[in-house]
Design a binder for this molecule. Structure first.
Ligand SMILES: CC(C)(COP(=O)(O)OP(=O)(O)OC[C@H]1O[C@@H](n2cnc3c(N)ncnc32)[C@H](O)[C@@H]1OP(=O)(O)O)[C@@H](O)C(=O)NCCC(=O)NCCS
Length: 271
């Protein structure tokens, strides 16, 4: 990733227990089409998670649209939600599930909804919602896709640092990652490293809009050792092993990860 002109990638993290009162009960910020999806969930926990993700996404998009689309950015920009805005203003943004279950954003312009030119990704964990947004612009498409037409965008993931089983290593890690884990585990807790790899994989699988429909061994990431000790955002890269993609090829991805308290946050894209 070069430090020249890049799309300005923004992110937000909302905790359900940190919201001003009344935002989720009821979620008056949902557009009509979103209300229909919301009402369709059978379990309250999923309904609340979904609504929190929508709230975070809308707050992010609202603020991100005030940012310049491109700039000299070295890392993603954190957006603080503006709670002065009314729920009604957020009803002009609709974040609906696309056919692949990834988010699709529409904006109300006059009386018509139009697709937002940009890429959004949503992740939930333990009462928190983490979203990242990248504007769609010439710089992004020309630079990121190297002239190739490819359906990929931003992928975000939040993952709580917690133990993972031996089956996890066996079933989800690429052989090179397993080796990396063995070599690195003496420097860092294996719990943290396994969480990190999983977070990068999920963000990568969302970036190419496949999710776990693709074998999680397909995205291969070997994070740099020195970055593991320090705070803040760190660069990450993902390549794809066609042995696990059924022969399909995808663009290499790049992005960032960071530790925030007991979570790993990751943002990946075809950068
Ligand atoms: C995408 C996926 C990896 C998400 O992982 P997760 O740990 O369950 O959950 P996260 O909270 O991190 O992410 C969930 C968000 O990912 C997004 N998402 C779902 N499918 C996506 C896809 N194909 N591409 C990009 N984003 C996707 C959605 O925005 C979802 O949140 P929402 O439904 O509230 O809008 C996983 O749910 C998945 O693969 N879903 C697709 C369905 C599928 O193929 N299932 C096979 C199960 S083996």
């Amino acid at each position: 990733m070069e430090s020249s002109i890049c799309p300005v990638i923004t992110w937000i993290l909302l905790a359900e227990n940190g919201l001003p009162p009344g935002w989720l009960d009821p979620p008056g910020f949902l557009a009509e089409a979103e209300q229909a999806v919301y009402q369709g969930f059978r379990f309250d926990v999923r309904r609340r998670e979904w609504a929190l993700g929508r709230l975070a996404a809308k707050k992010l998009i609202q603020q991100a649209r005030l940012q310049p689309a491109v700039g000299v950015v070295l890392e993603p920009v954190c957006i603080e939600p503006d709670w002065g805005e009314t729920a009604e203003a957020l009803r002009a943004i609709a974040v609906l599930p696309a056919a692949d279950q990834g988010p699709r954003v529409q904006i109300l312009a006059g009386s018509a909804w139009r697709e937002l030119d940009g890429s959004l990704s949503i992740s939930h964990s333990h009462g928190r919602a983490f979203c990242a947004f990248a504007p769609g612009c010439e710089a992004w498409t020309g630079r990121l896709f190297s002239g190739r037409l490819f359906s990929a965008g931003i992928g975000a993931d939040i993952e709580k640092i917690e133990p993972r089983s031996a089956e996890y290593v066996q079933n989800y890690l690429h052989p090179q990652e397993t080796l990396w884990l063995q070599q690195t585990a003496r420097l860092q807790s294996g719990v943290m490293l396994k969480t990190l790899l999983w977070s990068i994989k999920e963000a990568a699988l969302k970036s190419i809009r496949r999710g776990l429909a693709l074998d999680p061994r397909a995205p291969v990431c070997l994070p740099e050792l020195e970055a593991l000790q320090a705070g803040g955002w760190h660069l990450a890269r993902v390549a794809w092993d066609v042995h696990f993609t059924g022969g399909e090829s995808f663009p290499d991805l790049a992005g960032w990860w960071r530790r925030l308290d007991d979570d790993i946050l990751t943002i990946m894209g075809p950068i």
